[in-house]
Design a protein around this ligand. Structure first.
Ligand SMILES: Cc1ncc(COP(=O)(O)O)c(C=O)c1O
Length: 479
């Protein structure tokens, strides 16, 4: 919730909370008959004791606005207006639970709640860049120099042409990929690109392969679309391509989703020969590959690894990427590159969903990508990420003294760690939050217990090691 009670108004906190909930009841945001948030949840949200919430709910009860039902919770009264007439209002709870679009994993929701609560929490959970790694000055320059186009209507449904040209050039210069602007669709981040592919090219019951653990695993969108997911475990050199063949023979796999370079969360890269093999298998069996590649440009040594798309001569790979991990996630600029017929189909879907991408971030992104300062920014970004990686590793070695294992990534933003002792993941997650640090528990990305993903790109340099100290203290407290 965006609202918080204030200590400076002179109105008791419980009363402010009661007033706030009353307003939301009166506006129908908490409809009559519906269940109000639990006392525990509100106490955490507002940063108050549970007894304060109980007092607020008691106040609302005394005014006849809510009923307290044992074993269920606090319900908004169905007789709000005292008209005497029995009303039959929509049962929103049933709708909320009944839609086909599945809810996010509760831990993921909790991570976002904690971060957005404004508490002093070090964020080792979300895949974003720290402020100093974002090209803010460059963006400011681009912004000041920008001329607003005369026409402010809907953009081209496939995306602004100047941006598609800039991306096409960026793909050539930084990723070794040849393309034309016509085969690119601009999306709201890589996330929407994945969603469009799932919704438009597959149907319920289709079998797809994803990596386990992976970012894709964390997304309920595969299951919302009724797809059957089959899992491949990436080792140090990525997944074993031969396993795609056996899964195909058993389950008629329709599509394979891979994040082959600096994978989220393991940081591993699919070995070159395996990348070649994946392309070979794809064209031998006619299985399309979706290559999700937000990270290849971050290679710390400045030599981005060759993408599957750069090796694909037959249009077998749908290539997804975005500016989230190299400029800023809030710009929401992503794209798909693929055969024209596929791009046309996905553009049609995007038109139905949102009438094309907003023009403003597209203008900014086009200017940023073509500006003289972009290359300098990427160099600084690679150096900055490498520095954060070194800081986090140094702190883990110091604080854990060998009681934690991890591979050392050469690009990207994540460290995938195995704790050598057995911990209850939920308790460790809660303890860490209480200690002022948040991370992504391994299970949210599909792993077995005892793995955690520590993302080192978001925290400022001076907080990366403090984050690990807090995390280590939480682990120690549980010993
Ligand atoms: C592998 C991978 N794909 C896609 C995304 C989605 O990113 P965005 O929609 O911000 O481009 C992420 C975000 O962390 C990711 O790690």
């Amino acid at each position: 919730m965006d609202w918080k009670p204030s200590k400076s108004t002179g109105v008791p906190i419980y009363k402010q909370i009661a007033n706030y909930i009353e307003t939301r009841i009166m506006t129908g945001e908490f409809p009559s008959g519906g269940c109000l948030p639990s006392e525990r949840y509100l106490a955490t949200e507002f940063g108050v004791n549970r007894s304060t919430i109980i007092s607020a709910y008691n106040e609302l009860h005394a005014s006849g606005l809510v009923n307290r039902v044992k074993g269920i919770g606090t319900l908004v009264s169905t007789d709000l207006w005292s008209s005497g007439e029995q009303k039959r209002v929509p049962n929103w709870d049933q709708y909320v639970k009944g839609g086909f679009f599945q809810l996010n994993n509760p831990i993921n929701r909790q991570i976002y709640n904690v971060i957005q609560s404004g508490r002093n929490i070090i964020n080792l959970a979300i895949g974003e860049l720290s402020a100093d790694l974002q090209p803010v000055e460059l963006m400011q320059d681009v912004h000041s120099a920008m001329k607003i186009d005369n026409y402010l209507g809907y953009e081209h449904m496939q995306g602004n042409l100047k941006l598609r040209e800039a991306i096409s050039e960026h793909l050539r210069a930084y990723r070794n990929i040849n393309s034309t602007p016509s085969s690119i669709l601009i999306t709201s981040g890589a996330q929407q690109a994945l969603h469009l592919i799932i919704q438009s090219l597959l149907k319920p019951g289709d079998a797809v392969v994803i990596e386990d653990p992976s970012y894709a695993y964390s997304l309920p969108i595969f299951h919302s679309a009724g797809l059957k997911t089959f899992l491949l475990q990436p080792g140090q050199n990525g997944i074993d391509p031969e396993e795609i063949i056996s899964l195909y023979k058993k389950h008629r796999i329709k599509m394979v989703f891979l994040n082959p370079i600096f994978q989220n969360p393991t940081g591993t890269t699919l070995a070159y020969e395996r990348r070649q093999k994946v392309i070979e298998i794809s064209t031998m069996y006619g299985i399309p590959i979706v290559e999700d590649d937000p990270y290849s440009v971050t290679a710390y040594n400045g030599q981005p690894v060759r993408t599957l798309k750069s090796m694909d001569q037959d249009g077998a790979v749908l290539y997804i990427s975005s500016l989230s991990k190299i400029i800023a996630s809030g710009l929401r600029i992503g794209w798909i590159l693929g055969p024209q017929a596929v791009i046309n189909r996905l553009t049609d879907a995007k038109q139905q969903i949102d009438f094309g991408h907003p023009n403003y971030p597209q203008w900014i992104a086009a200017q940023l990508l073509s500006s003289g300062g972009f290359d300098g920014h990427i160099r600084k970004l690679r150096q900055g990420l490498k520095n954060k990686r070194d800081l986090i590793i140094e702190a883990l070695q110091k604080e854990f003294d060998g009681r934690i294992e991890f591979g050392v990534p050469e690009g990207g933003i994540h460290l995938w760690c195995k704790l050598k002792e057995d911990w209850d993941e939920h308790t460790l997650f809660k303890e860490s939050i209480q200690n002022g640090v948040v991370f992504a528990p391994g299970s949210t990305l599909g792993s077995n217990a005892n793995y955690v993903r520590l993302t080192f790109s978001r925290a400022d340099d001076h907080l990366v090691q403090e984050g690990i100290r807090r995390f280590a203290a939480a682990v120690k407290r549980m010993s």
